[in-house]
Design a protein. Structure first.
Length: 86
């Protein structure tokens, strides 16, 4: 990080960052069991070093999925990465 008269500036060149987040419970939307603290925290932490193009790929309620549903959720997350990168 570099200090300027206005603020501190991250030294890394911005680039896409993909963050996979999986949880046994639900952390976004109407069915959220608790507030989402992780994604806002990571957004702030990465932006402080200059990385602002974050793409979160959440898989929620994994504790309630059977094996086939978990594989489908994983495949959808990977497809989202492929779609975003290309």
């Amino acid at each position: 990080m570099k200090s300027t008269p206005v603020a501190k500036v991250g030294m890394l060149r911005d680039r896409p960052i993909f963050v996979g987040v999986t949880s046994g419970g639900v952390f976004t939307g109407d069915r959220a069991n608790q507030p989402d603290f992780l994604m806002p925290y990571l957004s702030l932490a990465f932006s402080s070093i200059g990385l602002k193009a974050l793409q979160f790929l959440p898989i929620q309620a994994a504790a309630f999925l059977d094996r086939d549903q978990t594989a489908l959720a994983r495949d959808r997350a990977l497809e989202e990465i492929d779609r975003t990168v290309i």
